[in-house]
Structures are given as structure tokens and as C-alpha cells.
Design a protein around this ligand. Structure first.
Ligand SMILES: [Cu+2]
Length: 78
């Protein structure tokens, strides 16, 4: 059976979003970015590759809000 899109619960609507984040130099930066993202979406899964600045986020929240939270921590994000 096919469910109409509006009946899909939020937790089924996780999206994998990738960001380029500049300025993460240590584990503290990774924690700061992770916590900023999880302040927007406590259930977000955050994977960070500090060497390349690649941040992967599994979240139900819009991309702009995640990017803004990271930027507010002081990191350049694309
Ligand atoms: Cu740091």
C-alpha cells in the first residue's frame, strides 16, 4: 500500500546533507559543530572528517537551519 506523502511521520524524513566547513582544527571544534547541529535537531547524526572539512548530517531539519547553526559557531560553511 502506498501512503500519501503527508502521512509519513517526521522521523521517516531524515535527509543526508553534506556541508563543507572551514576552520575546524581540533576535536573541540568537532564537538562544537556537532552540538550546534544537535541544538537544532537533537536526533541528528553528525559525521565529521576534520581533514577535509566534510560534515555529513542526517536530519529532518532544513539545510539552511543546519548551516546557520554551524556558522553561528564561527565556522565558514558551504
Ligand atoms: Cu578546535
Amino acid at each position: 500500500m502506498i501512503r500519501p506523502i503527508h502521512s509519513i511521520p517526521m522521523e521517516d524524513m531524515n535527509m543526508n546533507q553534506t556541508f563543507d566547513v572551514k576552520g575546524m582544527t581540533c576535536g573541540h571544534c568537532e564537538r562544537a559543530v556537532t552540538q550546534a547541529v544537535q541544538a537544532v535537531d537533537p536526533a541528528a547524526e553528525v559525521t565529521i572528517d576534520r581533514a577535509t572539512g566534510k560534515v555529513e548530517v542526517q536530519t529532518t531539519q532544513p539545510r539552511e537551519q543546519i548551516a546557520q547553526a554551524i556558522a553561528e559557531e564561527g565556522y565558514a560553511v558551504q
